[in-house]
Every structure is written in structure tokens, then in C-alpha cells.
Design a protein around this ligand. Structure first.
Ligand code: NAD
Length: 344
């Protein structure tokens, strides 16, 4: 069985999800849908672009004419596509809040849907993480994949929790102001605290790791490359620094980077992925700075880096597999996705 996927909303996340779907052998990128003939869309659909040949649809009927007038070949509206019965699942990558509105349309045509972290947790039947609750997502119709920051915390804390049992967590999140191409949101020469204390990230982690007592505070800083987290977890049991290092690496989708080897900051880590010729210098792995892992009695510390544009892509692919019953076993899906995206 090959599952027919439509990606709705072709921005930072949507274009990557669409490209990743194309790399799988058990799913087909049947369509993409969006609202404007942006420069990105044009590039993606060029003969040398990664989405060349993909059927294009318009998500909002009122925007159809403008897209066609701008010279795009648009098949029709997203609603017409869903009504045709040619789509099994939509990955909704629209801006915050729009996914919840779209859910009504997906339900009307009995099409499954994945929502992103900008939506409230109750948009789906559950919030997904490949390592924590893959089995629970089997056959589900509406599921949310949490945000980049939340995904990084879930991946790393889940490893520590299995090793030593987590009592509580406090994490400080230093957030990139905007994605590199999002010139409207970029800030300069300022640092902005998130004034909701604790920030929403802790409760979001608890939508997946329900038993973990976690609080977070966040700050926006003038950079576009990545987020950085400083984590302090208190554990119930005992753990040694080298045990945690080994467990992080074994988990996959977490890598260790060494400041001593020159990877001192977000820029040098991103440069590594440029040098490795990863598409768009994407790093779906959480990068933990090896030297920052420290254990002091029951206190465990580390800092990690999150490439916000790509970290959630593998989880979206695994989520499609689980919801469409393509793979019953989470680890088999993780391996398949990792291989297709070049994650070792
Ligand atoms: P984006 O703004 O880069 O892309 C959204 C795309 O959707 C744009 O191309 C826009 O033209 C299109 N769009 C707008 N209205 C639409 C509509 N009604 N129907 C269809 N398409 C529409 O946004 P993004 O950064 O890719 O974020 C998408 C989702 O992913 C959000 O929920 C966000 O919170 C989440 N997310 C973002 C990041 C990140 O760092 N960018 C990381 C993880 C999760």
C-alpha cells in the first residue's frame, strides 16, 4: 500500500515535509496546496526544484484566481481535491491557528490530518513523538506533532528519564528570533523575554511526557540559525556523565558536538551540516554540546541546539506511517525515516 499525502502550507516546515515524503517508498507526495505564488513555491516547482512535477492546489478558493493570474498551473481548490477521494492524509503546515480551522474540512471528507506545533494541543487526538508514543498513534485520524523546542526537550529528556527517572526539570530556552528567510519577524540588537512565566514549552512537553514535572523560561535573541536550551534535570536514580552521553547517541536523532573540536556555537555546528552537503544545511538531530553534560549528585545539566527548520521533519514522516498503519513498530519507522533523510 502506498499512502497518498497532500502537504498544505508550503513554508519553512511544509516544503521540507513535502520533500521528505518524496524520499519515502511507502508514501507518495500526491499534491501540495498553498495560498500564493511565492518565490519559494516557484523555485520548488522549477525543473531542478525538489518538488518538480507535484500537482499544485489552492488552499483558499478566493486566492485561486490570483495564483493562476501569477502564472502557476493550479489544479483547483484543496476542498475539490479532498472531495475527489485521492488523498489519504494531509500534513497541515499552515501558520498557527489555521490548521484548527482546516480540521473541519478534513473531517468533512474523512481525510486524516497531521497538525504542527503552532496549533493548540487539543487539535488532535494526541501529540506525537516517535520515541515515546508511536504505538498510540496507530490508525489515529488527527494527530499533532509538537514544535521544534518541545521535540528537542522530549527526545533528550526521554533518554534521561529511561536511564535514571526524572524528578523535575528546569530549562531556559534561547529562541532564534525568526527563520532565516523570514525578514519580517527578524529583530536586531535586543533580547526579549517571554513574559509568560513559566513559558508554554513545559506544558507542551507534558502533552507527550505526561509524568514529567518541567518548567521553562524563554528569551528571543537576534539570530536566525537555531535555538539553544540550557537544561537542569533532577533525577530520582543515579547516572554517570558517560552513560548519558552513550544513551543520547544510541537514541538516534541526538548527536554530540564538541566545542573542543571547534563546534563552539550555533554557527559552527550549522557549518558542519553545510560541509556535509545536507540539503538546506538541515540538522533534524538535536545537537548536545558534549562538554556541557555534567552530573552533580541528583542534578544533571546539558546544553543543546535545535535547528528549528528541520527537527520536526522525521517525526512528521513517522507520524504518517503510524496513522496510516504502514509500520506497526516505531523503531522500524524511525530506521526507515533516518535512512531516507541521511540521519545516522
Ligand atoms: P511559514 O509561515 O513558513 O509557512 C506557512 C505557509 O502556509 C506559507 O507558505 C503561507 O503562504 C501558507 N499559508 C498561509 N495561509 C494558508 C492557508 N490558509 N492555507 C494553506 N497555506 C497557507 O510557517 P512555518 O514556520 O512553516 O510554520 C508552520 C507550522 O509549523 C506552524 O504551526 C509552526 O508553529 C510550526 N513549526 C514551525 C517551526 C519553525 O521554526 N518555522 C518549527 C516547528 C514547527
Amino acid at each position: 500500500m502506498v499512502v497518498r499525502v497532500c502537504v498544505n502550507g508550503i513554508g519553512t516546515i511544509g516544503k521540507r515535509v513535502a520533500h521528505a515524503v518524496k524520499l519515502q517508498d511507502d508514501m507518495k507526495l500526491a499534491a501540495i496546496s498553498t495560498t500564493s505564488a511565492s518565490y519559494t513555491l516557484r523555485t520548488l516547482l522549477e525543473p531542478e526544484g525538489p518538488l518538480y512535477g507535484t500537482d499544485l492546489w489552492c488552499s483558499v478558493p478566493e486566492k485561486l484566481k490570483a495564483m493562476r493570474d501569477a502564472g502557476m498551473y493550479v489544479n483547483g481548490t484543496l476542498e475539490e481535491l479532498l472531495a475527489s477521494g485521492k488523498i489519504d492524509i494531509v500534513v497541515d503546515c499552515t501558520p498557527e491557528g489555521i490548521g484548527a480551522q482546516n480540521k473541519i474540512m478534513y473531517q468533512k471528507y474523512g481525510v486524516k490530518a497531521i497538525f504542527q506545533g503552532g496549533e493548540k494541543a487539543n487539535v488532535g487526538e494526541m501529540t506525537f513523538n516517535s520515541f515515546v508514543n508511536y504505538q498510540e498513534a496507530l490508525g489515529k485520524n488527527y494527530v499533532r506533532v509538537p514544535s521544534c523546542n518541545t521535540t528537542s526537550l522530549i527526545r533528550t529528556l526521554n533518554v534521561l528519564d529511561k536511564l535514571a527517572g526524572i524528578e523535575s526539570v528546569f530549562a531556559t530556552i534561547i529562541r532564534r528570533a525568526s527563520d532565516p528567510a523570514d525578514t519580517e519577524k527578524t529583530i536586531m540588537n535586543t533580547i526579549e523575554p517571554t513574559t509568560t512565566v513559566p513559558s508554554h514549552h513545559g506544558p507542551d512537553v507534558q502533552t507527550v511526557l505526561k509524568h514529567i514535572n518541567i518548567k521553562t523560561m524563554a528569551f528571543k535573541v537576534p539570530t536566525t540559525l537555531a535555538h539553544v536550551h540550557a537544561v537542569n534535570a533532577k533525577v530520582k536514580g543515579q547516572v554517570k556523565k558517560d552513560e548519558l552521553e552513550e544513551a543520547f547517541v544510541k537514541n538516534t536523532r541526538i548527536i554530540l558536538v564538541s566545542a573542543d573540536q571547534g563546534y563552539k556555537n550555533t554557527a559552527t555546528v550549522i557549518e558542519r551540516f553545510r560541509d556535509l552537503c545536507r540539503p538546506r544545511n538541515d540538522m533534524p538531530e538535536v545537537a548536545v554540546w558534549k562538554e556541557t553534560i555534567a552530573v552533580d549528585g541528583s542534578n544533571v545539566y546539558w546544553s543543546h541546539m535545535v535547528h528549528q527548520e528541520s527537527i520536526v521533519i522525521p517525526e512528521n514522516i513517522d507520524c504518517i506511517r503510524a496513522m496510516c498503519n504502514l509500520e506497526k513498530d516505531g523503531w522500524s519507522s524511525i530506521k526507515k525515516t533516518n535512512k531516507s533523510l541521511g540521519i545516522s
